[in-house]
Design a binder for this molecule. Structure first.
Ligand code: FAD
Length: 455
């Protein structure tokens, strides 16, 4: 049987673009890709990139204040959201074009259209055009999920924040995950009065308990009003703004309400169920270690599979798929010891097991250092940094590393290399410190603060 193309990729985000480019340029495949919105996907258009640029923008007021403590005669001035947005839009257009030309240069045919799967080897575009493919890759990502409460249509999601015409004076952020906490810090830094409502016990569920508590305390100390055990039951527009009815203290009237209550894989209406492709409870495509679905010609990578929803993971999965199917290099994406960062202020960087997960697995030692970093201490701030290593009593390997500090995202990337290589606590200890730095705490924690279990 002959096909129009060797590979049809649905979705031009992190995973889909990498797979298409490698299959075409290194695997010699004839590749087509459909993208229904903007090339680059969530990361580039409404995720990591614009968010990180907003993190940078939001950090200046504190930096300017600190500069005064260091002797500079500077004053803050006003932040112009329209000026920032114009610059942001320009940068995103540049990146979008770079993604598009990367694909075109690799020989990939782009269809600016929605695509759905018709059968194991056929994709249908929005205009009805059918394209047959030897392999189909689902890389459609995910979208924000808003619970169906009365007035849910009044809520903004992370998608909307980057497109606001003006910043609200006050915002209620609903949710306690990394996106909720990051936007809380960003908007607070830009001068918005921020209240955060989370139904659980503590924000940043899934991260190390001590680290998430440390971040929550720091957010509160900076003036973010966090209400845990608080659930929003209804939203209503009034003359003064949006009234939120809540259990647990976050009720009130706000200029805007932002929901960051999780994401759902984009599988609705894709035609997968009819083909016998299994979907999980969140609507995610079920795949094996090689990202292959129950239909052998159809694969799926990235957020749509709901494994680890991070850009570098989607890229690795897309690359491993292209190597396996088009280059004869059979390999799985490695989901072990994936480091990540939460770009709150201060940042949280993490790799490996939390203390609780490690203790459930084996006897451990826990090393913790908290201190006030020299740079902000000099400026009169009370901010504290936290460094934490979770170590196996039996093997001495560092099982987890959790850092809350300015630049934690940068530091954890480097610590992750050592931990991925199997470094022991003694390997950390015999590494001479770089002084004076914040990161030197990683190699100077001498005694455990506690031992959990006995080897
Ligand atoms: P996506 O990038 O979502 O791409 C999927 C593409 O498919 C989209 O462009 C969509 O328009 C398109 N599409 C969907 N359905 C169809 C269809 N039927 N036909 C055609 N096209 C379709 N990750 C990090 O690593 N670090 C971060 O700091 C970080 N910050 C984030 C901040 C926010 C606010 C959000 C929302 C996410 C963040 N992420 C971050 C997660 C990261 O963006 C995702 O993990 C990553 O983009 C997933 O890539 P993907 O290829 O699976 O999907």
């Amino acid at each position: 049987m002959t096909f129009d193309v060797d590979l049809f990729v649905i979705g031009g985000g992190s995973g889909g673009v990498r797979a298409a480019r490698i299959a075409a340029s290194e695997g010699g495949a004839r590749v087509a890709l459909a993208e229904e919105y903007r090339m680059g996907g969530t990361c580039v258009i409404r995720g990591c990139v614009p968010k990180k640029l907003m993190v940078y923008a939001s950090a200046f007021p504190a930096q300017i204040e600190d500069a005064r403590a260091y002797g500079w005669d500077v004053t803050g001035g006003d932040f112009s959201w329209p000026a920032f947005r114009t610059a942001l839009d320009k940068e995103l257009i540049r990146l979008e074009n770079a993604y598009r030309s990367g694909l075109v240069n690799a020989g990939v045919t782009i269809h600016p259209s929605r695509a759905v799967v018709e059968d194991a080897h056929t994709v249908r575009l929005a205009d009805g055009q059918r394209i047959t493919a030897k392999h189909i890759l689902i890389a459609t990502g995910g979208r924000p999920f808003v619970p169906q409460i009365p007035g849910a249509d009044l809520a903004l999601t992370s998608n909307d924040v980057f497109l606001l015409d003006a910043l609200p004076a006050s915002v209620l952020i609903v949710g306690g995950g990394f996106i909720a906490c990051e936007f809380a810090c960003i908007l607070h830094g830009l001068g918005v009065q921020v209240t955060l409502a989370y139904r659980g016990e503590q924000v940043l569920r899934g991260f190390d308990d001590e680290a998430r508590g440390h971040v929550a305390d720091a957010m509160t100390a900076r003036g973010i009003d966090i209400h845990c055990h608080s659930d929003i039951t209804a939203l209503e527009r009034t003359a003064d703004g949006i009234r939120a009815t809540a259990t647990g203290g976050a009720g009130g009237t706000y200029d805007a309400v932002l929901y960051a209550t999780g994401r759902k894989p984009n599988t609705d209406g894709l035609g997968l169920g009819a083909l016998g492709i299994g979907l999980g409870s969140n609507g995610e495509v079920l795949v094996d270690d090689y990202s292959q679905t129950a239909v052998p010609s159809i694969y799926a990578v990235g957020d749509v599979t709901d494994r680890i929803a991070l850009t570098p993971v989607a890229i690795r999965e897309g690359h491993a798929f292209a190597d396996t199917v088009f280059k004869g290099q059979v390999r799985k994406a490695d989901h072990e010891l994936v480091a990540s960062a939460v770009f709150t202020q201060p940042e949280l960087g993490t790799v490996g097991l939390t203390e609780a997960a490690a203790a459930a697995q084996e006897p451990i030692e826990v090393y913790v250092a908290t201190f006030r970093p020299m740079q902000t201490l000099f400026a009169g701030r009370q901010d504290r940094a936290l460094f934490k290593l979770v170590v196996s009593q039996a093997t001495r390997r560092v099982l987890g590393c959790h850092i809350v500090a300015p630049g934690a995202g940068e530091m954890i990337q480097l610590a992750a290399i050592a931990i991925k290589m199997g470094a022991t606590k003694e390997d950390f200890d015999r590494t001479v410190a770089v002084h004076p730095t914040i990161a030197e705490e990683l190699v100077t924690m001498k005694s455990p603060v506690r031992r959990v279990g006995n080897a």
